[in-house]
Every structure is written in C-alpha cells, then in structure tokens.
Write a protein that binds this ligand. Structure first.
Ligand SMILES: [Zn+2]
Length: 256
C-alpha cells in the first residue's frame, strides 16, 4: 500500500461501524466524494474525537486503497468546525441541504470549484439569517449546478439567441434550461416569468459578477423568484426529487 495522501475535506456524514470505529463520508478537494474508515474514532481521547462531525472542514491523511469502496483515514486535523451553523437551526438546516446535495450528486471525481464554493458558503452562512440566508443557499445551489455542468442559458434566448431588453421581464424555460423570448415561446411551453430585478440577480450570479458577501439582499419578492426558479431548474435536471433537508428548513422557518 502506498503512503497516505493529504487532502482538505468536508465531512458529509458519519456512521458508527463498530464499538470503536466509524465510517465518514467526505467530500474531498483531491478526489471528490469518498468514504473512509476512522479506526478508534469512538474511543475516548481518540485522535479523531470531535473532528468528524457533519460540516467540519478537516485536513485528512488518507490511505487510498485501489478498487475498494472504503479507504483508511490515518489522521485528521480540524481546520474549521463552522460552529456558527450549529448556533441557529435554520443555518444548520441549510448546511444539511448543502451536504445532502453533495452526497447525492457527486462521485469520486475531483471538482475544486465545487469544493471551494461549498467551503466559502458554509463560512458565510454562519453570519446570515432570514432572507439573506435563504438567498445565500439558493445562490449556492445555482452555482453548484453550474459547477456540475448544468449551466442555465441565462444571457440570451435558447432558441434564437436574442438578448433580452434591459429592465424588462423575461421568460425562463426550465425544461429547455434557459431564457426564451416571446417569438420563440410556444403555447404548450411552461415558462416562468421573471421580474427584471430577479433576472438581473440570477444572471449576475451565474456569471459570477455578484459579490456574495457585500452586495445587498434584494427584497423578498425577488428572493422568492430566485428560490422558485433555482428549485425548479434543479428538480428538472437532477431527478426532480427535493432535498429532504429543505423540508426541515421550511418547517422551522415557517411560511415564507
Ligand atoms: Zn428567441
């Protein structure tokens, strides 16, 4: 067996394996999603104690075993526990949505953009609440889809290429994956109408010209449109199943 290799990783979830060991599912910077055995993690004073918790960013030393599904974690160092997420149930809920998303839609395949984007958001959400937090989550989801290769055609009509008029409402064709202009729209199509403000924010987010920390949060009606568009785009392209953790967030956040 070759020596251990070092990678940064986000802990997605863990499960007890034996009286003293647990298995951790990690989203790593180097390999994408992998599972590791943490021997002795459940012993008091174990070297992994307290580090293998959902959301934690760790530096992991992993013995990668060829053709095996579970690798061996030899050491881990806590870089950030994102404790601020646990301080508020809604934040924790969105954090669980993010790890559920990664667990569901990634493979053992590196994606540094997605890794860095997730770390950035977990860090940022620790200071957010309410509408700002919800916007943060949906922008996370949108750009995670982009990182996985599902980029909405947001700049011009998917059929004729026409660029929408500035300051006007636009129509979004979820099934087609982007904007559709009046001339190209058909009667059978299901389109979502987006206000100019929601369209601007979505377009800028997809094109990564939003400063997610500094730019002000748009009003609730706009966040609602972004929520709906992103959710339906996600549902259509990745199986139509909603994230279970979102139901939890809905329950604790009350009517939105
Ligand atoms: Zn068109």
């Amino acid at each position: 067996m070759a020596g251990p290799e070092k990678t940064l990783a986000i802990v997605l979830k863990t499960q007890k394996w034996s009286e003293t060991s647990k298995i951790a599912h990690l989203y790593t910077r180097k390999w994408g999603k992998i599972s590791v055995m943490a021997k002795g993690a459940l012993r008091p004073k174990a070297k992994f104690w307290g580090h293998l918790e959902t959301f934690s960013l760790i530096e992991a030393m992993v013995y990668k075993k060829q053709r095996e599904r579970i690798h061996l974690l030899s050491q881990c160092l806590l870089k950030d526990a994102f404790g601020g997420l646990y301080a508020d149930p809604e934040r924790a809920g969105y954090g669980f949505c993010a790890v559920e998303f990664l667990d569901r839609h990634t493979l053992e395949e590196p994606n540094e953009d997605l890794f860095e984007w997730t770390v950035y958001n977990l860090r940022m959400w620790q200071k957010c609440s309410g509408l700002r937090l919800r916007l943060g989550f949906y922008e996370y989801l949108l750009l995670s889809l982009v990182a996985l290769g599902y980029r909405p055609a947001i700049d011009n009509c998917i059929s004729c290429g026409k660029v929408p008029d500035v300051g006007k409402k636009v129509m979004f064709d979820r099934d087609g994956g982007g904007l559709i202009c009046r001339n190209c729209a058909t009667e059978e199509g299901h389109y979502q109408v987006l206000s100019a403000a929601a369209y601007d924010r979505l377009k800028n987010a997809v094109n990564q010209s939003v400063d997610f920390k500094e730019d002000p949060c748009p009003p609730q009606s706009v966040v609602d449109e972004i929520t709906e568009t992103t959710e339906s785009f996600y549902g259509y392209h990745l199986g139509g199943m909603r994230l279970k953790s979102l139901e939890f967030v809905r329950r604790i956040a009350g009517p939105q």
